[in-house]
Ligand binder design. Structure first.
Ligand code: GLN
Length: 543
C-alpha cells in the first residue's frame, strides 16, 4: 500500500525501438526536477527473467552497475546516479525474475491460502509493492520515476505496464504521469519526418489501457508545429505535451539543457499542478562549461576484451571523461583489444604509441589476460601512468610476481586453478560458493589508506568506502615478498586485512584498486583517482 504521502509517480515507457535514450532522458529529467527544487528517486524495471544482470555476458547486457548496497544492476542506474542525487539501492532495480521469485516463494510457504496464483493480481501486486516500497522508504520523496525497460509491444513487459495502469487508476492523474518516448524518423530521400511509428506505438499503449500524458519524440531535428499538432491529434495528448528530443552531437551531459529548452520539465511540473521554480543546476553548468573550454588533450588506452561494445566499460569511460574535464583536457579513449597485444604480429610499442596513460578495467575469465599483463609490464617499464581496476589489479600483481619477484609461474587461481604460485586466489568463504548469482564480494567496503601513500594524498582522506564486484583477492602469504621487492600495499580493508590498493612509489603513477572507483564518479564530483590519473597522464605526455 502507498502510505499517506504526497509522492508523485512518473512512468517512462519506450516505443518503436530500443536505444532511443530512455535511460539518459529519464536521468536528465531527474536532474531537471532536482534543479527546480524537488527530490527524486528512480527505479529501473527490467522485463528479463534473470534475477539481475550479474550472470549475463557483456555481449548481452553491457556493463553491470553496482550500487552501494551491492546490487548488480542495469547500467541505467549508473546514469541515474551520475545525473542526480537520488540514493539508489537494490530496491531501485526490479526484474521479472525477482518478482516471480518472491511470488513463488510465498506460494510455497502457503501464503496465498489456497487461492490460484495469477499474473493479475499477484504478480502485479508484487510489482506495485516494490514501486511503493521506494516511495515509502524514509523521507518523503517528491517524485518516484520509474523507467520500464524494453519496448511497448514486448510480451515480457505486459505485467509491468498493467501495474502502472492500475497505479494510475488507484492514485489518479494528479499523482501519476505517463511519459512515452518514441521515434520520429526522417526518411532521407523525402526529407520528411514521419509520425506513423509514434501513432502505432501509442495505439499499442492505449490497448493496454495506458494514456500517455507526454510524448517525448526522438528526432534528428525539432518537430515543426504542424507535426506536433498532428501527433497530438492522433495520439490523444495536448500539443504542448509533444516534446522534441533532438539528437545531440556534443556530450550526453548537455541533453538536460536540450530537454529543458523543449520544456519537458515544465510540462511535467504543470501536469502535477506544481510550481515551476527557476532551474538552478550550477554545478552541472560549470561541468558543461569545462567540457566546452578544454586546454589540453589526453589519450588514454583502455585495454579490455569487450572494447568493441559501446557499453561494456560505460562507467569507466564516463569517469575518465569526468577526470579529463576537471583537468580541462579533451579525452581520447584508445580502445585496445587485449588479445591484439597477444598476437606476435603486433608490436606493443606501436600499439601504445602516443598513449599518455593506460587503464586496465575489470573482467572475468582467461581470454585476453596475457595481453593485459603485457600492457602492465609495458607501462611499468616505460613509466606510463597505469591505472588497474579489479582484474587490472590482479594483472598487475601477476606481472610483478613474474617479472620482479621472480615467481615465473605466478598466476591467479581464476586462470590457473592448480598453479604453483597463486598470487591471486579465492577467499575460503568463496571456495565453498557453488551458485554464481549474487555471490561475489559486492558493494561498498571500507578501505584504509597507509600513511605516506600516494593514494592517501590523492583522496585527501584516511579511508574511503568503495564498491566491489569480485571473488578473487591478493593472496596474503605473498605480501612480505612483494613488499621486499618494492610494491606498496597502500589500501587495506581493516576487518580481514584484505588488499584493496597497490602502488609503485618509484613510478610516475602506478595505482591499482581491488574496488571499482568508476561507480562513484560524477560529472559534478569527479572521482579523485580518475582526476589524478588524468593529471599525471597529461603531465607525462610527450605528444
Ligand atoms: N574476475 C575477477 C574476480 O572475480 C575480477 C572481477 C572484476 O574485475 N570485476 O575476482
Amino acid at each position: 500500500m502507498m502510505k499517506d504521502k504526497n509522492t508523485r509517480f512518473i512512468f517512462v515507457t519506450g516505443g518503436v525501438c530500443s536505444s532511443l535514450g530512455k535511460g539518459i532522458s529519464t536521468a536528465s529529467l531527474g536532474l531537471l526536477l532536482e534543479g527546480h527544487g524537488y527530490s527524486v528517486s528512480i527505479i529501473k524495471m527490467d522485463p528479463y527473467i534473470n534475477i539481475d544482470p550479474g550472470t549475463m555476458s557483456p555481449y548481452q547486457h553491457g556493463e553491470v552497475y553496482v550500487t552501494e548496497d551491492g546490487a548488480e544492476t542495469d547500467l541505467d542506474l549508473g546514469y541515474y546516479e551520475r545525473f542526480t542525487n537520488a540514493r539508489l539501492s537494490r530496491k531501485n532495480s526490479i526484474s521479472t525474475g525477482q518478482i516471480y521469485y518472491n511470488v513463488i516463494q510465498r506460494e510455497r510457504r502457503g501464503d496465498y491460502l489456497g487461492r490460484t496464483v495469477q499474473v493479475i493480481p499477484h504478480i502485479t501486486n508484487e510489482i506495485k509493492k516494490r514501486i511503493y516500497d521506494v516511495a515509502n522508504d524514509g523521507d518523503e520523496i517528491d517524485f518516484v520515476m520509474v523507467e520500464i525497460g524494453g519496448t511497448v509491444g514486448d510480451i515480457e513487459s505486459i505485467p509491468f505496464l498493467e501495474t502502472i495502469r492500475q497505479i494510475r487508476q488507484e492514485l489518479g492523474r494528479k499523482r501519476v504521469l505517463n511519459a512515452h518516448l518514441t521515434l520520429v524518423p526522417t526518411i532521407a530521400v523525402a526529407g520528411e519526418q514521419k509520425t506513423k511509428p509514434t501513432q502505432h506505438s501509442v495505439k499499442e499503449l492505449m490497448e493496454l489501457g495506458i494514456l500517455p500524458d507526454i510524448l517525448l519524440c526522438r528526432t534528428s531535428r525539432p518537430l515543426a508545429e504542424e507535426l506536433k499538432s498532428k501527433i497530438a491529434l492522433f495520439c490523444n495528448v495536448s500539443e504542448q505535451n509533444v516534446i522534441s528530443a533532438v539528437d545531440i552531437k556534443s556530450s550526453i551531459y548537455e541533453i538536460p539543457y536540450m530537454l529543458h529548452e523543449n520544456k519537458y520539465d515544465t510540462v511535467v511540473l504543470e501536469h502535477f499542478g506544481l510550481e515551476v521554480n527557476p532551474l538552478k543546476i550550477p554545478e552541472w553548468d560549470s561541468f558543461c562549461k569545462s567540457i566546452n573550454n578544454l586546454k589540453h588533450k589526453v589519450r588514454i588506452a583502455v585495454v579490455g576484451k569487450y572494447i568493441s561494445l559501446q557499453d561494456a566499460y560505460r562507467s569507466i569511460y564516463e569517469a575518465l571523461l569526468h577526470g579529463a574535464a576537471s583537468n580541462f583536457a579533451e579525452l581520447e579513449i584508445v580502445k585496445i583489444d587485449s588479445e591484439d597485444i597477444e598476437k606476435k604480429s603486433k608490436n606493443i610499442k606501436n600499439i601504445f604509441q602516443k598513449v599518455d596513460g593506460i587503464l586496465i578495467p575489470g573482467g572475468f575469465g582467461t581470454r585476453g589476460i596475457e595481453g593485459k599483463i603485457a600492457a602492465v609490464e609495458y607501462a611499468r617499464k616505460q613509466g606510463i601512468p597505469l591505472f588497474g581496476i579489479c582484474l587490472g589489479l590482479h594483472c598487475a600483481v601477476i606481472e610483478y610476481a613474474r617479472n620482479v619477484c621472480g615467481l615465473k609461474n605466478a598466476n591467479s587461481s581464476e586462470f590457473d586453478p592448480h598453479g604453483e604460485n597463486p598470487v591471486i586466489s579465492l577467499l575460503e568463504e568463496q571456495e565453498i560458493v557453488d551458485k554464481m548469482g549474487g555471490t561475489m564480494r559486492l558493494g561498498a567496503y571500507l578501505c584504509e589508506f597507509e600513511e605516506g601513500s600516494r593514494i592517501k594524498k590523492i583522496y585527501g582522506e584516511d579511508s574511503a568506502m568503495e564498491r566491489h564486484r569480485h571473488r578473487f583477492e591478493f593472496t596474503l602469504k605473498y605480501k612480505d615478498l612483494f613488499e621486499s621487492k618494492g610494491l606498496t600495499f597502500s589500501g587495506i580493508h581493516p576487518e580481514n586485512r584484505l588488499v584493496e590498493t597497490i602502488e609503485i612509489k618509484d613510478h610516475p603513477w602506478f595505482i591499482c584498486t581491488q574496488f571499482h572507483p568508476e561507480f562513484k564518479s560524477k560529472p559534478t564530483r569527479p572521482h579523485p583517482l580518475f582526476r589524478d590519473f588524468i593529471r599525471a597522464s597529461i603531465a607525462g605526455s610527450v605528444n
